[in-house]
Design a protein around this ligand. Structure first.
Ligand code: MP5
Length: 207
């Protein structure tokens, strides 16, 4: 039987719920998150996005030509996002040369591991990573300032459309992938769900 992105979400709904519905996000929504906790997430996420950009470039290098447009639009958005992160850090007077925390560096190392995996696994992983933020920032509903801007970045309709297009790419490749690749894509999905949960937890563990 062929797996699909929707099938993965249904089969592993609990793992996915933990990745996308987290106290970090509910605390942003209720305005109870400490500034220090939010700032830790911001700096660590910037460090993650640098490695994620490298990962997307590797996925593009393996992609079928008719997938280029969508992947290139993702890379283009990452260019703006890295600039935006720097602006947000400057507003908050944060040092972006901080070291990655263990959770961040383990997630980044996993992105490097994905570099050696087949394209079907990579594109499924890319979809899952983007969906985690799309749903995570959307699900709590309206966020108060200063978090509304962050929720809008990953929760907006254009980003939702981009994630839907990634789902189509992943489903297309998975539909003809052999069983080994499908199983590896499923493992990658579960790894990512777990890393996403841990990433939120990392930021609020400090206080
Ligand atoms: C994303 C992110 C989404 N920024 N951080 C984590 C830990 N997971 C997913 O990636 P992007 O490039 O910000 O859309």
């Amino acid at each position: 039987m062929t797996i699909t992105c929707k099938g993965l979400l249904e089969k592993h709904s609990q793992a996915w719920h933990q990745a996308t519905v987290h106290p970090f996000l509910t605390m942003c929504q209720s305005g109870t998150i400490e500034r220090k906790q939010f700032n830790i997430w911001l700096v660590q996420d910037y460090l993650f996005v640098i490695e994620f950009t490298r990962f997307v470039a590797r996925v593009l290098a393996n992609a079928e030509i008719h997938h280029f447009d969508i992947l290139l639009s993702g890379l283009n958005a990452l260019k703006d996002e890295l600039i935006w992160f720097k602006a947000k850090a400057q507003e908050r007077q944060l040092n972006l040369s901080a070291s990655p925390q263990a959770t961040c560096s383990q997630y980044c190392k996993y992105l490097e591991l994905l570099a050696d995996m087949p394209y079907g696994v990579q594109v499924t992983a890319l979809w899952a990573i983007e969906l985690a933020y799309n749903q995570g920032w959307q699900l709590p509903g309206t966020m108060p300032e200063p978090y509304a801007e962050f929720a809008a970045r990953w929760g907006n309709q254009d980003f939702t459309k981009y994630v839907q297009l990634l789902e189509q790419l992943a489903d297309e490749v998975l539909s003809t992938a052999d069983e080994t690749i499908q199983l590896r894509a499923e493992s990658a999905f579960l790894e990512i769900a777990s890393f996403e949960k841990d990433f939120w937890s990392m930021a609020i563990a400090i206080i």
